[in-house]
Design a protein around this ligand. Structure first.
Ligand SMILES: [Zn+2]
Length: 452
């Protein structure tokens, strides 16, 4: 067999079995064979991965579309993903309209622009979404839906949504449980309690990140986690808690898993690197907010002990101008895909807090398994040839100007991080090499999660 490519002399990071020298044969976009090193199999191109780690292509399970420049964001944000070693991104939409039109329109924009593979999550906010849920699964291959516990009543209507409640969440989980492997992603926040804190904070003209965090104390995340898990267990639904940020909430998950284990948990890089006394003002505004130093420590513990399953960015590619404002006016969220791996390598692996296989679980096999991507997340024969080659000792200062996102800043600007992706391959095609984009726009494909 003549291979298209041979990735030779690298150390393959398997999420289960760990690090092992292996050569990878690629043909027709798939992994065709795995060889002992030095096999010298015949290939049209040999990629020398000496001294490098070879990860399965990384998957960012939590990005947002619709906050950058419409249409071209499929280009800018997937370039940014490829620069960070990501071969697949899963993007959220939030809409009150039927998703049929949204799906066709966005797919049309992405088709000629996306560099890496992509799938969608729909945020369910109306009765219509609930009625059409089985159609979204069947016709569009979307099998994950986000529900915001904080978009209750007036809060939801203010955002142009129907304004939902616990009854809606109940019905959503009930329906999801009948549709096969469908995941309900639940933003856990008790907005009724938050609103009381917010009123007194606003009256007192409070203005720091710590004040922002104080309006959303850990209780408001932890209590909602308990409620969501209670509902999920009762209805037998699969539930995913995104962007968990507090020790208190994570401890509730640990307790609940004793009685119900169809629950998955994600945190984001910023909850591993930033706390409420970070001196960033509106630039550091996110929901959930940055928490205490103890909460940061709790997130690292959760990654190491397996109670957190996934690290994803919650990437929002807004411009600095929407952030660099007083705390109450600043928009929430920031870009993050491209810096996930360097953060985990530098702050996790190099500090002895995370093994390489644990990183491969968090960024590859877990998101692939949870979100129904059977050809992604592993280096095995038959899988898509999605490969991320990492130089564990490459040190680089983060400069947003060198990264392709529509946004014009990074939380990590000026940070020197060690451990960067040097090559990103999507289905056998090299799309990023040494930080430069070399792959064709439009190479990225939409991943239906119910087709074939
Ligand atoms: Zn959320």
């Amino acid at each position: 067999m003549q291979l298209d490519r041979l990735i030779a002399n690298g150390a393959v990071v398997d999420p289960v079995t760990g690090v092992r020298p292996l050569d990878i044969g690629v043909k027709d976009g798939r992994i065709a064979a795995l060889f002992e090193p030095g096999c010298a199999a015949a290939a049209a191109e040999v990629i020398d991965a000496s001294g490098r780690l070879v990860f399965p292509g990384l998957i960012d399970a939590h990005v947002h579309f619709g906050f950058g420049e419409p249409i071209t964001e499929y280009s800018t944000e997937t370039v940014y993903a490829a620069q960070g070693g990501f071969t697949t991104v899963l993007g959220y939409f939030l809409n009150n309209e039927p998703y049929g039109g949204v799906f066709e329109r966005e797919l049309g924009y992405a088709k000629d622009r996306a560099l890496v593979d992509f799938a969608f999550h729909f945020s369910t906010a109306s009765e219509l979404h609930l009625d059409e849920l089985d159609q979204y699964v069947r016709d569009y291959g979307v099998t994950s839906f986000k529900y915001f516990m904080n978009f209750k009543g007036e809060e939801g209507r203010y955002l142009g949504l129907d304004g939902t409640d616990d009854g809606y969440l109940y019905a959503l989980l009930e329906k999801a449980a009948t549709l096969g492997d469908v995941t309900i992603v639940v933003h856990t926040e008790n907005i009724e309690v938050v609103n009381r804190f917010r009123r007194s904070a606003a009256a007192a003209e409070m203005a720091t990140l710590r004040d922002w965090a104080a309006t959303k104390p850990p209780f408001t995340e932890a209590e909602s986690v308990v409620r969501a898990l209670y509902f999920a267990e009762h209805l037998g639904a699969k539930i995913y808690i995104p962007h968990i940020s507090t020790r208190m909430a994570l401890d509730e998950v640990r307790r609940w898993r004793e009685r119900y284990d169809n629950v998955y948990v994600e945190t984001c890089p910023h909850y591993l690197t930033h706390h409420e006394d970070s001196d960033l003002g509106g630039m550091g505004k996110a929901n959930p907010p940055f928490r205490s130093k103890d909460d940061v420590e709790a997130m690292w513990e959760g990654l190491a002990d397996g109670s957190i399953d996934v690290v994803a960015s919650d990437h929002v590619p807004r411009k600095r101008a929407t952030k660099d404002k007083p705390i109450w006016q600043a928009s929430q969220g920031f870009p993050g895909t491209a810096t996930i791996l360097p953060v985990l390598m530098d702050q996790g692996f190099h500090k002895g807090r995370l093994s390489l296989e644990r990183i491969a679980q968090l960024l590859c096999s877990a998101p692939a398994g949870i979100f129904g991507l059977p050809r992604k997340g592993r280096i095995e024969v038959g899988a898509d040839a999605d490969i991320t080659i990492v130089d564990p000792d490459f040190e680089r200062e983060v400069r947003w100007q060198e990264l392709g996102s529509y946004s014009d800043y990074s939380l990590y600007d000026g940070w020197r991080l060690t451990g960067w992706p040097r090559l990103t391959m999507v289905r056998g095609v090299t799309v990023m090499r040494d930080g430069e984009i070399v792959g064709p726009a439009g190479h990225g494909r939409y991943l239906s999660r119910t087709a074939d």
